[in-house]
Design a protein around this ligand. Sequence first.
Ligand SMILES: C[S@@+](CC[C@H](N)C(=O)[O-])C[C@H]1O[C@@H](n2cnc3c(N)ncnc32)[C@H](O)[C@@H]1O
Length: 257
Amino acid sequence: MHPEGNLEEFQDPVNYDLEEIPGSDERIAMIRDAVSRQGHSTLELACGTGIVTLPLAAAGQHTTGVDLSRPMLEHARVKAASMGLGGRTAWHHADAREVRLPGRFASAVLTGNAFQAFLADADQRALLATVHAHLEVGGLFVFETRNPAGHPLHDISEWEPWFEYTSAQGHRVSVGGTQRWDAAARALHWTTERRWTDARSGQRHQRSTRIACRFTPPDELGALLAAAGFTIERQFGAWDGSPLSASSPEIVTFCRR
Ligand SMILES: C[S@@+](CC[C@H](N)C(=O)[O-])C[C@H]1O[C@@H](n2cnc3c(N)ncnc32)[C@H](O)[C@@H]1O
């Protein structure tokens, strides 16, 4: 395992926010609508820098964010304070497989494909037990995970460009990488390499991070949720609300305890 466990990718929260994937607005809107109808308290596991937590707090939710990466969580805390949302947000540095907080929540959220960070069967079960333990009876759990059939699950050993962005340091960064598919564990091991040239010195730089993500097919996900005490209410193939099909990119699930 890597020195930071599976968290190498989550040590630079400021640039994480700048690299934010397109489609986040649809995701936030869909989650905000659902949790607002449910009640006033939301637990977000693997909340990262609060990209979803903070808009929920701004919409009136009492939010609690849990994350295992200290830098991500600290950045979330700073952003909440600067937005005047400190009174409606609580942050806990903890492992979502083990954390137990006082009280119950109307809704729980796990997004940014964070479900895929739970690599073993036991990790997935422990995560869902945490969600179950923190939800009121009838409480809503919203999460997404990439649909295996909608993704190229094989080795790619030549660096491929993915996207570009301008970093907090002002560099134009080209982000790309390689991947290795572990079929037995159904885990994709990505190595992300960020490349940039310092405009003043002309010097080239690169930084690599690794992450493993597990892929769970819809039928197995359904069985896992049922065993953990959840009933699926709605599923979509993406955060735009499109129906879940065999080749959808995502499995977006709204389920209840
Ligand atoms: C892709 S980021 C998603 C962050 C946020 N939900 C978002 O949508 O921007 C995945 C997050 O999961 C967190 N994470 C990974 N394993 C975790 C665990 N066992 N318990 C809590 N957080 C975890 C990482 O630190 C990281 O912040």
